[in-house]
Design a protein around this ligand. Structure first.
Ligand code: SF4
Length: 200
């Protein structure tokens, strides 16, 4: 049975969609069907906001550390559902910390600026930077948008600073130290902190 909500560590994760405009060479989806408490994150259909909120209620959402939009797809591919779920989280579990893990391409996916839509609904945005240049990003992540993807990612990250309290870019620690320093410089150039996370 595919999971729309699953636990991993102390957080609850929300799996809205299997759509994604990228085909990253390191995508976790290539390594198995599930993560954490989920046997499978391959959805038979995309859940409605009501489906997600009902499941969060069953899982006692207030008892978890963070509620994180992160599954086997890019959450900005289900933008309206995500925003509806966020509004309901604010209404039912006002103190919950809401985070989005994203590839940062929400503006291209939805053909409009998306960071302003997060204001008041989202506490944290974690954006996968992955590398330090548009050319390398295109090679590693194969975005359907081609060379405009990387600058769009950076613009989204910069925009988020004005609307979301906690914004970070991330890279994994398997990159060579020199590449990580270049990523750090890219992140610094737009005033967003870089987190180097373990590869799992
Ligand atoms: S952006 Fe995320 S979900 Fe999409 S292919 Fe890359 S790693 Fe996988």
């Amino acid at each position: 049975m595919p999971s729309i909500v699953y636990s991993y560590g102390k957080n609850l994760y929300i799996n809205l969609t299997n759509k994604c405009p990228c085909s990253c060479s390191f995508c976790i989806r290539l390594g198995g069907d599930g993560v954490g408490s989920a046997d499978s994150l391959w959805l038979e259909r995309e859940p409605s906001a009501g489906d997600v909120v009902d499941e969060l209620g069953r899982r006692s959402a207030e008892g978890f550390g963070e509620l994180v939009f992160c599954g086997y797809g890019e959450p900005f591919c289900a933008l309206n559902t995500m925003l509806d779920v966020c509004r309901e989280i604010r209404r039912r579990w006002g103190s919950a910390i809401v985070r989005i893990n994203t590839n940062g391409l929400g503006d291209l996916i939805n053909d409009k600026p998306t960071a302003p839509l997060l204001r008041g609904l989202v506490d944290k945005v974690s954006i996968s930077l992955n590398t330090y240049s548009a050319e390398r990003y295109e090679r590693i992540c194969s975005p359907i948008y081609g060379a405009v993807a990387f600058p769009a990612l950076l613009k989204f990250a910069s925009d988020c600073k004005r609307h979301v309290p906690d914004v970070m870019l991330t890279v994994v620690d398997v990159l060579p130290p020199g590449d990580i320093e270049k990523c750090r410089a890219v992140a610094a150039s737009i005033g967003v902190p870089l987190r180097v996370r373990g590869f799992s």
